[in-house]
Design a protein around this ligand. Structure first.
Ligand SMILES: *Cc1c(COP(=O)(O)O)cnc(C)c1O
Length: 490
């Protein structure tokens, strides 16, 4: 695949049907009004035979105020479906924009989900005992997927819809390596070529993630790279750039926009990604019902918002319908505090400004967070849908420093056995705070948390913490002011 472009690309220059052959439409998905499930008995669900959902849930359908539209990066007009055609197949564009409540999951996708779904819902009884809390702590564990996180929940449908539309190549970025692994795995199942731009810092620190991607047949570049105009420009200014998710997104988007046989996949942030992740929450509703509990608080870490949204949105539907009343808490790193310190405004999803403008909480598309160990949480923006419900007051957010998170992770690993990825250690730290508050007040809250991946390829971070070498990084106020000042004024 050719990977260089002579001009700085933008969506404006790559309108549907001009640069690229238009792709055949998929038949419209049949949408039922009630959710239904594919049956598969499972022994790991902590209750009765829980099944894989047959539909994804779209929270937009139930919101009293609809989220603001995405805007074209040059004209600032609301995006037309065709504007996204250079990047995504038609069915994913439809899912990105639809207000339908439930979307059928294709049988081919359910067949792949069966490799690891339903995922377990577990009660952390030993952790509860260690803490001496009267609270119940449940965790929904997504680390049993082949790539070790929740990311395959969307990688598989994205690869399938691309393959079904006749696409040959998919490109993407990866921060911590989890998304790149997930898409490499999914691409291998449907015969797609996959090319990944891995943030330089992570490429150097996590060779095993790169090896996984290559084992599944993907080609991996360190980002910034010399193969794109966006990458070259960054390297000219800073040859030692450690990269960032925003830069890597620019590189992958550029390649997709300038190659007719190539589409782009994103592992978080977008509506269709959060939609696919709702399999987590739908299963979890069934699993908790089977043991007769409803949550008082649901907690998840937020990088771009997909594992949080995936668990929370079905519970938010139940809350909006008056059937339960949990609080929802997003946890972000103190070094990249998008919801708690960012501004809610239109900004680009990438560093070079190639993506549509999305109204979201952002630290500025030029913000490069310090290299904390939770690479998956180092993103300047937030899912527009999460940002919107945060503005509506439907959820809360807190920021926690990484040493508190790793302290929580050790407590978790030494009681529950699972070594968490650095990202969900944020959720664990917040759950422990919640459980300790219950110990003080005597409240018997039901705490539910998203345990979105294992940390088997992140052991260098654990080693650092165990040696006492891990420090808490704060964002620099000056860097943040600069990045905020560079946000486009809409
Ligand atoms: C990618 C990733 C994240 C961050 O992305 P979200 O979209 O916020 O979920 C968090 N945890 C893990 C394990 C990841 O792989």
């Amino acid at each position: 695949m050719a990977t260089s472009a002579s001009v700085r690309p933008s969506l404006l220059q790559f309108q549907a049907g001009s640069e690229k052959a238009s792709l055949p439409c998929l038949p419209k998905q049949r949408v039922a009004v009630r959710r239904s499930f594919a049956t598969r008995a499972s022994s790991n669900n902590g209750g009765a035979g829980v099944s894989i959902p047959k539909q994804w849930y779209n929270l937009v359908a139930d919101l009293p105020v609809k989220p603001p539209p995405q805007l074209h990066p040059q004209t600032h007009q609301p995006l037309n479906p065709g504007d996204l055609s250079p990047l995504f197949p038609d069915e994913l564009i439809r899912q990105e924009m639809t207000e339908e409540r439930f979307i059928d999951i294709p049988d081919e996708v359910i067949d792949v989900y069966k490799l690891w779904r339903p995922t377990p819902l577990l009660r952390a009884r030993r952790l509860e005992k260690l803490l001496g809390t009267p609270a119940k702590i449940y965790y929904k564990y997504e680390g049993t997927s082949p790539a070790g996180s929740h990311k395959p929940n969307t990688a598989v449908p994205q690869a399938w819809y691309n393959a079904a539309a006749g696409v040959k190549n998919v490109v993407t970025e990866t921060g911590a390596g989890q998304w790149g692994s997930a898409l490499s795995f999914a691409s291998s199942l449907f015969g797609l070529n996959c090319e990944v731009w891995q943030v330089r810092a992570s490429y150097d620190q996590k060779p095993y993630r790169r090896m996984m991607m290559e084992t599944w047949g993907a080609k991996v570049h360190a980002s910034p790279s010399e193969v794109t105009e966006s990458g070259k420009k960054i390297l000219e200014d800073d040859p030692a750039s450690p990269g960032s998710l925003g830069i890597a997104i620019s590189e992958a988007v550029e390649v997709a926009a300038t190659n007719a046989d190539t589409k782009y996949c994103l592992g978080s942030v977008l509506n269709h990604v959060l939609l696919h992740q709702t399999v987590i929450g739908e299963e979890c509703l069934e699993q908790l019902a089977a043991v007769g509990d409803t949550p008082d608080v649901v907690i998840g870490c937020t990088g771009g918002g997909s594992n949080f949204g995936g668990l929370v949105f079905p519970f938010m539907r139940e809350k909006l319908a008056g059937r339960m009343s949990p609080a929802f808490k997003a946890v972000e790193p103190a070094a990249c505090p998008t919801l708690t310190k960012g501004v809610y405004t239109y900004d680009f999803g990438d560093t070079a400004g190639l993506t549509p403008l999305m109204k979201m909480h952002t630290l500025g598309h030029g913000f490069v967070p310090d290299p904390i160990h939770a690479g998956g949480l180092r993103y300047h923006g937030m899912a527009p849908l999460i940002s919107h419900v945060y503005e509506l007051g439907f959820m809360e957010a807190i920021a926690i420093h990484q040493t508190e998170c790793f302290d929580a992770a050790l407590k978790f690993a030494r009681t529950e056995g699972i070594i968490p990825a650095p990202e969900p250690t944020h959720a664990i730290a917040a759950a422990i705070r919640e459980a300790m508050e219950c110990k003080r007040t005597g409240e018997k809250k039901v705490i539910l948390m998203a345990m979105c991946g294992h940390g088997h390829f992140d052991l260098a971070a654990y080693e650092r913490y165990l040696r006492g070498d891990m420090v808490d990084l704060s964002h620099s106020a000056v860097k943040l002011q600069e990045a905020l000042a560079a946000i486009p004024k809409i």
